[in-house]
Design a protein around this ligand. Structure first.
Ligand code: XMP
Length: 319
């Protein structure tokens, strides 16, 4: 009879065997997966682990502060926080292709982890919270010909020049199992229950060119949408909900003036593992209330649309 308590024990043994007396750097993304990986590895090897949280400037509203405080205040896990907003945004300037965005972000993460590893006198391993669906979706899609749908910025191994090896203790798990393991490890329920958030963050929710201004606009719209979802008591019934900022301007009217601003897309899906997903059936009143608030409160957005595409044929993210 397989339980999470046993999985935890077995993995701790495996991590100890793999790592020996080596040093491990763990990249925290702010999401549940990397946090669970970090807490598990910390339990296995204690202060041989250093956690690095890279704020790429592509996080949601207040998210960076929340993650740093969870680790520093609730756990005694040493955490290095790197403010890399300028580096990421300048590197992404002019990049519009979704896979090019992921490639740049994946490489920039690795470079920063390497730099942090150097500061602690070198690390032998890099830990990541890669899950089973990340692994298979990067390889092929639902048994068809081997086509890469999305490269999942953290899958596919490390650059050859790098001498760190990977530690990926969650590679066999699905999301619900990671949440169960998180509870088993004593992570707060509010954190364990958070919606998944992709490593490349808002970069893949702003089709077209990413600028700080567009990130700020999207953060505001996204925060309003999530606040309304929480207030309506719907957060836990939804797998993932988020706003996207489209590179399309449309004409609107506000007061007695003409507006010409961006379109905001809203997405909400139910799913068990992210591999397939159904559109969340909000009632129309809820959606119009969110749209009204976003258009009234967020300068730069004058129109809101709701995405009614399932996965497949859509994907959850727009890029
Ligand atoms: P898609 O959009 O492929 O998303 O249906 C499935 C799940 O994966 C997340 N996702 C990513 N996570 N790096 C990540 O860490 C990525 O590049 C990436 N792309 C998509 C997405 O948020 C959803 O939970």
């Amino acid at each position: 009879d397989w339980t999470m308590a046993e999985f935890r024990k077995t993995k701790i043994e495996e991590i100890r065997a793999q790592v020996g007396d080596g040093k491990v750097i763990c990249g925290l993304s702010g999401g549940v997966d990397s946090a669970v990986a970090a807490v598990l590895i910390h339990e296995a090897i204690g202060d041989q682990l250093t956690c690095v949280f890279v704020d790429h400037g592509l996080m949601r509203m207040n998210e960076a502060e929340q993650v740093v405080s969870l680790f520093r205040d609730s756990y005694n896990i040493p955490l290095v926080a790197v403010d890399a907003e300028d580096a990421f945004l300048s590197g992404l300037a002019g990049v519009t292709d979704p896979e090019a965005k992921r490639k740049f972000i994946g490489k920039a993460f690795i470079d920063l982890f390497e730099a942090e590893a150097k500061k602690i006198g070198g690390a032998d391993f890099l830990a990541q919270g890669t899950l089973y669906p990340d692994v298979i979706e990067s390889v092929s899609f639902t048994g068809g010909p081997s086509v890469t749908i999305k490269s999942h910025h953290n899958v596919g191994g490390l650059p050859e020049r790098m001498n760190m090896k990977l530690v990926e203790p969650l590679r066999e798990l699905f999301k619900d199992e990671v949440r169960e393991l998180g509870r088993e490890l004593g992570l707060p329920e509010a954190f364990v229950g958070r919606h998944p958030f992709p490593g490349p963050g808002l970069a893949i929710r702003i089709p077209g060119e990413i600028t700080k201004e567009r990130c700020d606009i999207l953060r505001k719209a996204d925060a309003i949408y999530l606040e309304e979802i929480r207030n309506a008591g719907l957060y836990d019934a939804i797998w993932q909900a988020f706003a996207v900022l489209l590179p399309v301007k449309t004409v609107g009217v506000m007061g007695d003036g003409r507006t010409y601003d961006s379109v905001c897309g809203l997405r909400a899906v139910t799913s068990t593992d992210g591999m397939t997903a159904d559109v969340y059936p909000f009632d129309a009143g809820f959606l119009t209330q969110v749209a009204t608030r976003i258009v009234n409160e967020v300068k730069g957005i004058n129109r809101v649309v709701y995405d009614i595409t399932s996965k497949p044929p859509g994907t959850i993210e727009w890029e």
